[in-house]
Design a binder for this molecule. Sequence first.
Ligand code: PRX
Length: 652
Amino acid sequence: MSKPETGQIDSVMQEDRQFPPSTEFSAKAHIGSMDKYHDLYAKAKDDPEGFWGDCAKEELHWFEPFQQVMKQDGSEYSWFLEGKTNVSYNCLDANIEAGHGNRTAILWEGEPGDTRALTYSELHSEVSKFANVLRGLGVASGDVVSIYMPMTPELAIAMLACARIGAVHSVIFAGFSAGAIADRNNDAEAKVQLTSDGLFRRGKILPLKETVDEALEKSPTVGKCIVLRRAENEVSMVPGRDFWWHDLMAEAADVCAAEPLDSEADLFILYTSGSTGKPKGIRHTTAGYNLWTKMTFRWVFDWQPEDLYWCTADCGWITGHSYIVYGPLSNGATVFMYEGAPNHPEPDRFWEMIDRHKLTILYTAPTAIRAFIKWGDEHVEKHDLSSLRLLGTVGEGINPEAWMWYHEKIGYGKCPIVDTWWQTETGGIMMSPLPGATSTKPGSCTTPLPGVVPVILDESLQPVPANQGGMLCIDQPWPGMLRGIWGDQDRYVDQYWSTAPGKYLTGDNARVDHDGYYWIMGRIDDVINVSGHRLSTIEVESAMVSHPAVAEAAAVGRPDEIKGQAIAVFVSVKGAEASEDLRAELKRHVRKEIGALAVPDDIRFTEALPKTRSGKIMRRLLRDIAAGKEAAGDTSTLEDFSVLAKLQGDEE
Ligand code: PRX
């Protein structure tokens, strides 16, 4: 029996556990009750201009005050018009003026175990010097600087130096290929490249400069390249084009006044792959982005001055931009930054560092959590994690069983977990528990932050009832929103604003439950349609992961003559043998957990799943494999090609 296509998604997930914040946590929190949250939420929804105007005046330094809070022109939005501010000033000078110059801004650890700490005053001085270095090479306001660097303090210094002089940074994750760098450099018309000799990853040196040399052969707009010495590996330097970071810094003055920049001056471009085709350069600008990351950091992580906060992302992703650099530093936070892999020299590296540095907040990704579960609890149990008071996740939905593991094994049952839903495009967190107020439910990103007005629509653009999945859109502009796609405003309008006119289309499916909690159901393109029932990938995957033998699962649809689509699940197991018996048991398990409708037709065991370099499962490739086709389309963002090769070679 087939149902008419309505765009609705049928939810089959049942998750009733709830975890309220402790009274102790709430008592000290910035937002310590749901009443306070509801009050803020209502103010931001009913009078967004009044609310954000007051926040912007209070939270940012203005060289010249803004005259208008928000202006809409078709699908283009501007915030804090005619105001002049500077993000680097707000992150550095403002904190020094407030008396925090001697507070540690960045506490860094390299993979080999070397450490460094920079106070706000020291960071200010390094950023000012590097801003002068960039100016010395001819970089002016509006020029694009391409950054392909390791996770060292210099990466943050480079970003803040660009912001100081109005240059636009484009950070490219230091795992991308030469071709990917060149594509991004050409699209952005980058003028200067920043890189390092190499970086340490799992005990080996990755020769970044070598990759950059190849990229620059195909990047005609890039005239200069600055090279940081990090790994001491040999590199070739092109005279007139390449300069050592330390040589230029040795000559640079450490005074460089932050340039008053227009609120809407471009701050950065960040390329995101989209599901297919050419990467998109997402544009974020100055004041609105700065305000959004500053406020959301404080609300969601309930940041307090004594916190030692660690976000495990790389600055090559939006999470690193917003919650390693701009959000934390504009609050005056102390940020822990780590260069290397989570399993070097041993799979307990994260826990060892948390214990040794007594870190208090950990923000990481579900993909990492699932890896830790697979590696075994013994690595966690060796260390004392009692310094932690708050945990966070981002990047994908977290399966409820992985959430419970994180809660019990890492948070000792006492740390709230903030499951933060957002996107490169949104600039900062959009939905998340507020840890002193919200009762959490494993697998739900709970409720929208003040200023975020979500709606869930079916294909005829009608709101869906509770517990029906549909397209997640955002119905009110917010200061941190993307301003466009670099060089392609038509694609920006088409992709984000034309499906539901006047509403921002997130590209995700979601449902809202009877308590008003949001549950992200996966990307719109990934929905599996079995006999007219549209199922969410994450719900099927979560049912699989709730079996103790399953470490990770990816569900996709494959063509089926009778049902339209059949469900194929790729599974990696932990502590069990992949066998026919296990396959049958997993099918029984899903039938029991969520019902016959979601029982997979195919279960394929695999050592690892194909993932993007930021850790997201590439279901698009798995769809092709499940359908018996060669995996086609763009694979430039795939992390490990051997995984794909193994899956394709595996004739079952
Ligand atoms: O599908 C959602 C998923 O990641 C997408 C955004 O990816 P990106 O632009 O790379 O940014 C990642 C870091 C913010 C979203 O459209 N996603 C992100 N966070 C969550 C999530 N899915 C479910 N739950 C989340 N907490």
